[in-house]
Write a protein that binds this ligand. Structure first.
Ligand code: ATP
Ligand code: MG
Length: 200
């Protein structure tokens, strides 16, 4: 078998594996909680923002999804992740993490001098990181430093990151200038409308 045919076959096999995994465990396969298990583009109502499809095809930069409470930021981020996995990179395993939880994991525990290397390595090196619910205003200077370190590392290694946040780039810049500047090189999607939890 020639090399391109071999690669094509491998791609199909990996894709089938992901189809099976997603059928069995949904988004829990890459760390999302059970509540978010079935969020995908298939059950997204309304128009999918064109930037979402563009990013799936060309993800070599960050993606910021921002908007009000319940506007579908997490749902869209997970739909995009699935699209990226199935259409582009079935060879990778993304990492989904809640931003607040990440900060808790990274913070040095009693008696430790440095932050948790395991958590740091896991998020720094993930082929695709989905950092959910980043609320810059909640964090301390120390958290902002960590976040900046993670994003700088990922940027230098050309590893894409999807961030969901209640803050757009401008508002984010007011509380966290470094993060806003790191995000400026990527795509943005603003979600408007009502809280879908209330309106269904
Ligand atoms: N366009 C949509 N189509 C179908 N369901 C949607 C859509 N947008 C949101 N939902 C549903 O509405 C609920 C809230 O969405 P989601 O959790 O993605 O919002 P969010 O913007 O991340 O909220 P928060 O600001 O609290 O993090 C979920 O159950 C989600 O599946
Ligand atoms: Mg959310």
């Amino acid at each position: 078998m020639c090399l391109p045919c071999f690669d094509k076959r491998l791609h199909h096999q990996r894709k089938s594996l992901w189809v099976e995994r997603l059928k069995a465990r949904g988004n829990e396969s890459f760390g999302a909680p059970p509540l978010y298990r079935n969020m995908s583009m298939e059950n997204w109502r309304g128009l999918v923002p064109p930037a979402a499809d563009e990013w799936i095809k060309d993800p070599d930069q960050n993606l910021l999804i921002f908007g009000g409470v319940g506007t579908g930021k997490t749902h869209l981020a997970l739909g995009i992740t699935r699209g990226f996995l199935l259409e582009q990179r079935p060879d990778i395993t993304p990492v989904w993490i809640d931003a607040q939880k990440l900060m808790d994991e990274l913070r040095p525990k009693d008696g430790e001098w440095c932050d948790s290397e395991d958590a740091l390595e896991r998020v720094q090196g993930a082929n695709l990181l989905i950092l959910d619910d980043y609320a810059a205003e909640r964090y301390t200077e120390w958290s902002a430093d960590r976040m900046s370190l993670i994003l700088r590392h990922r940027h230098m290694h050309m590893l894409p990151t999807i961030i969901t946040s209640n803050k757009g780039p401008k508002e984010m810049g007011a509380v966290d200038e470094r993060l806003a500047s790191r995000m400026a090189c990527g795509k943005r999607i603003r979600l408007g409308g009502d809280d879908k939890r209330k309106t269904g």
